[in-house]
Write a protein that binds this ligand. Sequence first.
Ligand code: 6LW
Length: 542
Amino acid sequence: MTQDVTMALIDNPILPGFNPDPSICRVGDDYYIATSTFEWFPGVQIHHSKDLVHWRLLTRVLTTTELLDMRGMDNSEGVYAPALSYADGRFWLCFSNVHSCRGFSWMATPCFVTSAEDIQGPWSAPVPFGNYGFDPSLFHDDDGRKYMVNMQWDGRKDHNHFAGILLQQFDAERGILVGPVKTIFAGTELGCTEGPQILKKDGYYYLITAEGGTEYRHAVTVARSRSVWGPYEVHPDNPLLTSHHQPQAKLQRAGHGFLVETQGGEWYLSHLCGRPLADPEGTPHPQGEGFSILGRESALQRIRWRDGWPYLAAGGRTPQRWVEGPDLPPHPWPVEPVRDEFNGPELALCWQTLREPVSADWLSLSANPGHLRLIGRHYLYSRYQQSLVARRWQAFHARARTEMRFAPEHPMQMAGLVVYYARGGHYLLKQSVDDQGQALLQLVQFVGDQYDEHPAVSVPATGPVQLEVTLDHQWYRFRYSLDGEHWQSIGPALNSTPLSDEGGNDVFRFTGTMVGLFACDLTGQGQHADFDWFEYQEFDAK
Ligand code: 6LW
C-alpha cells in the first residue's frame, strides 16, 4: 500500500474577511456554514464545501424585506449569529434581528426560525422564537422533540447581562414555544456566555457555547449532560479553544464554535477568529491585540475525542493556521473572476447592500446594458436609502478598481469608489462638481463624527474615469486614470485601522471592511452614475 503524502491541509481562516459566528452543518456529503451579516442585505451568508478545505459562497437566506426588515438600523445591528441545522428533510435556520443595541442595556432582539427543503430556498416565513437573547439555535432530539436554545440577555442594572443559557421545547407544527423555560447553564468564570448550540453523541448532550466576549478573551466552552435539561458538567480541560494570553497565535479572538462529524467519522470545530494588525507604531501588543481590519473570520480545527470529551487534535487550546484535512476527495471550486463586467441580469453573489434589498428605484443593470447604474440618494452617513453596493475586503494586500461615467451638475451630487466599515468609518474617492460646475475628483474620509476632505483635482467633464484603491496592510492608497494607462495618486495614504473592529467610536463593531460603489444625490433629483466594470484582485496569500 502506498501512503498518500498529498494529504490536503485546511488553510485558516477558511472564510477570510467579514464572516463571523460560523454555524456548521453536514447533510450527506455537503457541508454548510452560516455566518452573521448584521446590517448588510440579504441576511445570513451560507458557504458550501465538499471537503472542508475548499469553500464557496453559495447563497444568502433572508432576501426580502418580509423576511428581514432592517430599515433605519444602525452599524452592527441586524442579523447576529445564525444557527443552521438539518432535520426531517429540512434545513432550519435561527437568527435574531437585533435593533437598538446602542445602550448595551435593553437590547431589542426579536428571534426567528425559518426552514427550507433546499438550502437555496424558498425559506418559510420566519416564525417568532422568543426574544430572550441574540443567539438562538434549534436542537432536534432523536425522539422527534425540538428545543430552542438561547442565551438570555438581562439588561437590568447591576445584573450579569449574560444571564445563562435557556432551553424550551419548540412545537414546529404549531410554530410556538411550549412548556417551561429553564436556565440549563450559567456559564463558567470566563463569562459572557453566548452562541449556544447542542449536539448529541453517544448518549450525551454536548452544549457548546462562546465565552469571554467576542474580543481577545474569546473561547469555546464545552459542557455535557445525560439529559437535555441538565445538569451540565464543564469539560475538565475547558476551554476547548482560545487565543487568550497567546500573542504569538496567528488566529486571535478564537471562540464561538460548533462541531461537525464527517461521513468517515472524523470531527472538526468551526470557530470565529480575527487577524489583528499590530498597532501603527509597529509594536506588537502584549496580548496579541491590534486592529482587525478584515473583521471577524471563520476557521476550522481538527478534533479528537478522549474520555467522551473533544480536544484539539493538534494538542493544547491554540487555534492552528494549518490543520490536517479530512479523508475526503478534494473538491476545489472555480476561481472567481477578478473583473465583474455587470453583464448579467442580476448582481453577482459577492455584492451586498445596506439594510434594504436592491430595487429598481436606485439600481439597474439594464438601463445601460453592461453597466451597473446607481441612482443617487442619501449620503452614506444616513441610516436610510444608500445607493451603495459593496463586497468584502478579504486579504491584507488587495486592489479594487472601477470605471465610472458620471455627469453631476450640483456639488451635492457625488459618486465613486468607497471603502466602508460603518456610517462613521468610510473613505470615498468621489467625483462631483464645484459651484462653478467644474468636474472634480476628491478623497474624503469620514471617521467617527469627523468628515474631512482632501484637496480636489479638476478633471474633464466628459468621458469615463477609472478609480482605484489598494490596501497594503496599514494603508489604503487611491489613484485615478483618465485613459486606463496612466495613473495619478490622489490624496494621502489613509490608515486602515480606523476602519476595523477596534477602530472608530461605535458601541459595537461586529462587521468588517467592505469595498464598493456608491452614488449620492442630496438634491433629490436622482442623478445617476454608470459603472462599466469593477475589479477586485488579491495579491498576498494569508
Ligand atoms: C454574537 C455572539 C458573538 O451574537 O458576537 O462572538 C455576537 N460571538 O455570539 C455578534 O457577532
